[in-house]
Design a protein. Structure first.
Ligand code: FAD
Ligand code: FES
Length: 260
């Protein structure tokens, strides 16, 4: 059930680069599916600029607390940085209808580029709970952008994560797709779960096609409503030849279905 409510902020702090962490108390949302997202109203009650809420992946659930990681780009996210512990924020969540499949496959390779890794972190926890075999790849340009490193360490995912930096300043030097073919050992029992910038997704899909592995993409799109009304977030579905709403039919799609 989607809930529209104000939640108290427990933490809102800068981590590194342009990334901030937001922690709220939201017992109603502890069962949010991995891959779901929320729309946050970044202004206070009597401010309406920017008018629309902003979309963020539910990055983690810890007890009755929910975690978001957000990169600061424009007015909405800049507003969010002004929120203090004890303030209340309005959140509409959990949103989306299709999420990452957690049970269908034996092996999972999670591929997260930049802040897109926040779209996969809850999935890591859920796969671990289900005792699934998985590995996560986390790729950025340079080490300052590895804003989720502490989260990875604190949650004991160091041995489950391969880190790629394009300039070689941390982890493995190169693009996140560099070792993908070798990592996917059994393409019939394995699936890729991908979240990140469009260019990275395209590169991953290209490799995935070459090796014939199931691939699921968590898409981002400009969103105004977040629940299927404004038709602002559509993506072409190649199978139906129609347009799907990322917020409503997605945000997770089989890579074979859609044009990115
Ligand atoms: C389903 C979904 C989940 C998302 N999850 C996350 C998340 O977990 N963490 C997160 O940080 N973001 C996430 N995003 C992206 C986030 O919603 C946007 O970055 C945010 O809405 C920007 O709002 P703003 O008001 O700060 O910027 P705006 O004022 O809307 O934009 C300001 C400028 O920045 C550019 N811009 C905005 N967003 C981005 C971006 N993401 N990348 C590059 N340029 C951008 C715009 O084109 C514009 O030029 C998600 C988006 C979707 C649809
Ligand atoms: S954001 Fe309005 S339909 Fe998707």
């Amino acid at each position: 059930m989607v809930i529209d409510k104000k939640y108290i902020i427990l933490e809102n702090r800068h981590i590194s680069g342009r990334t901030w962490l937001l922690r709220i108390k939201a017992p109603e949302l502890v069962n949010a599916p991995a891959g779901s997202f929320g729309m946050i109203k970044t202004t206070s009650d009597y401010q309406f600029d920017p008018l629309m809420r902003r979309a963020f992946a539910i990055a983690d659930v810890e007890g009755d607390e929910i975690l978001f990681f957000y990169d600061v780009y424009g007015r909405g996210t800049a507003n969010l940085t002004t929120k203090r512990v004890g303030d209340y924020i309005n959140l509409l969540a959990p949103l989306g209808k299709r999420f990452f499949p957690e049970d269908e496959f034996e092996n999972y390779v999670l591929v997260g580029g930049g802040i897109g890794f926040a779209g996969l972190s809850l999935l890591m926890k859920r796969l671990r709970d289900k005792k699934k075999n998985f590995i996560a790849l986390y790729g950025v340009r340079r080490k300052e952008q590895l804003s989720m490193l502490d989260w990875i360490k604190e949650n004991n995912f160091k041995d489950k994560t391969l880190i790629y930096t394009e300039d070689g300043s941390f982890g493995i030097k190169g693009l996140i797709t560099k070792d993908l073919k070798e990592i996917v050992k059994d393409n019939k029992k394995t699936a890729l779960m991908v979240c990140g910038p469009k260019g990275m997704m395209k590169a991953v899909v290209k490799v995935a096609k070459e090796i014939g592995v199931n691939t699921y993409l968590s898409l981002e799109s400009k969103m105004a409503c977040g629940f299927g009304i404004c038709i602002g977030c559509v993506v072409k579905n190649k199978k139906t030849n129609r347009y799907d709403r990322v917020c409503y039919e997605g945000p997770v799609f089989n890579a074979e279905e859609i044009e990115i």
